[in-house]
Each structure stands twice: as structure tokens, then as C-alpha cells.
Design a protein around this ligand. Structure first.
Ligand SMILES: [Zn+2]
Length: 94
């Protein structure tokens, strides 16, 4: 946790609020379970609100939309979805 690089710029999810965290797009528990390759194991800057709302939900930022198929091919269960940071669309199913 303390080895993460400094966070700057806007949140990757809502693209509005300044980022204060680096969010593991794929939660670390899933990375270990499914042997996720490095290019899918990255973090994105996230604001406090988005980080709290997302928690361990299977959501990716818009910038990861092109990786969605690859992620869902690797991880079984509930598919990952693109999330724009708004609470209302968190639960929208594909
Ligand atoms: Zn945000």
C-alpha cells in the first residue's frame, strides 16, 4: 500500500473529482485467484467517493473498456462492467 506512486489528476471513474487513491481495478484477491496477467493487474487513480462506492465490485473505468472481454474470459462468475462513477449506474446489468 505505501509503495504506490503518488496520485495526481482526475479520478478514472467519474473523471471529475481529484484522485486521492490508486484503485486496483481487479481486486487483489481476484488477481491471486485467477492468475491475472500484469497488464490487467494495474491500478487507476480514483477519488474517495468512487473508491468507496466501487469497493470490491466488478467494475472497470471507461479507459479499460477494451480490456473487458479479456478480463471476463479470465475471471469466472459475475462479469465485470464498465462504470462511469455514478452511484445509479453501479447496478445496471449489461
Ligand atoms: Zn471519482
Amino acid at each position: 500500500m505505501t509503495s504506490s506512486p503518488p496520485v495526481s489528476g482526475p479520478c478514472a471513474y467519474c473523471k471529475v473529482a481529484p484522485a486521492v487513491h490508486r484503485d486496483h481495478v481487479i481486486p487483489k484477491s481476484l488477481q491471486r485467484k485467477y492468475d491475472i496477467p500484469a497488464h490487467l493487474a494495474g491500478t487507476v487513480p480514483a477519488c474517495f467517493a468512487c473508491n468507496m462506492l466501487k469497493a470490491t465490485l466488478r467494475l472497470v473505468p471507461l479507459t479499460w473498456a477494451d480490456r473487458l472481454d479479456e478480463i471476463n474470459a479470465l475471471v469466472s462468475g459475475t462479469p465485470f462492467r464498465v462504470w462511469d462513477g455514478t452511484p445509479a449506474t453501479r447496478w445496471v446489468t449489461a
